[in-house]
Design a protein around this ligand. Sequence first.
Ligand SMILES: C[S@@+](CC[C@H](N)C(=O)[O-])C[C@H]1O[C@@H](n2cnc3c(N)ncnc32)[C@H](O)[C@@H]1O
Length: 362
Amino acid sequence: MTSIILYCRPGFEKECGAEIQEKAAWNEIFGYLQLTKNEGLVYFHLNNPKDGEVLMETIPLRRLIFARDWFVTVTDKIELPDYNRVEAITEVLGTEWQYADLRMEMLDTNEGKELSKFCRKLSVPLRQALRKNKILMEKGDNEGAILHGLFLSGKEAIFGFSLAHNSSVYTMGIPRLKFPSASPSRSTLKLDEAFLHFVPRDEWDERLTSGLKAVDLGAAPGGWTYQLVRRGMMVTAIDNGAMAESLMDTGQVKHRMMDGFKYVPMKQNVHWLVCDMIEKPQRVAKLMAEWLLKGYCKEAIFNLKLPMKGRFQEVTNDLQILKDAFSEHKVKYELYAKHLYYDREEITVHARLLSPPPMKEE
Ligand SMILES: C[S@@+](CC[C@H](N)C(=O)[O-])C[C@H]1O[C@@H](n2cnc3c(N)ncnc32)[C@H](O)[C@@H]1O
């Protein structure tokens, strides 16, 4: 059986499954889901095995909100022997396909974490054997397919591949970011990850550079503002709550104690609008569309807080608000959403217009 295996945040398997099933159906690819709550893993078993590769080529991973990473299976679940595991894996993989890299993966659960030592130990001899058998190409051959080994336990594994240009650059889609001790809150990692995810590195000099103006709605105590300040930006922080003194001391932050829904920037020179207000997601979506369409900012990154139930539908409706607003004004836009690793009960969205804002300031 050929399946697509998707990694997501434990607890979000239903949303991740619903999303892949919907997107696959749009491409006339059908199958059924298998998932276990809180495993952070979704199996999408395909009716037609040939669809595995087609799906990986037609659906961009960055269009999936809840999947952190994915691969298409090339083996069923294989039993690993107590000895000669490397030989057993090499034999099952055969020599038909070559891969550019190997990723050793396990579940994002406590049981999964216990396997990481086992995987690290196995990884070195496995790589050597795969290279010797020309299953793994020499370092530097970065194009092509990535081999994924998902270890469900020390005795069971599944192997598969993803396409390097359409998979996460991080193992299981998890960037391990260091918490900066100078930041006033852990939320800082969300915006750090969002910039990494949504803005290509080679555009940082233009889009994430010092001197740009930013507005942070719902800024206190300042974890997101910290990310903007550390990149040299000048920030207007909107929140009735207190901002960390250390940020105010930089001279780069103006704090306005007011409602984020009422604040309007004086000049049209804001590059980044970021927003982490705990508010109804539909209200936030409308506000973000308004800022972009009125030309108050060039780009926006914001969180949409998710309800306990009907989360996939909520996200679909929220994004539709933005799409409808942009279409109504006939603007070209870029809109991506992701349930990032450092997000919890929320998703992060990036939006920007690719044509000039159409609305006049009132
Ligand atoms: C999750 S916290 C923000 C954390 C912040 N991003 C950080 O990294 O430190 C949400 C903040 O939104 C603020 N907030 C909620 N509704 C707001 C509103 N209507 N206007 C301004 N701030 C609001 C709250 O006061 C709270 O400080």
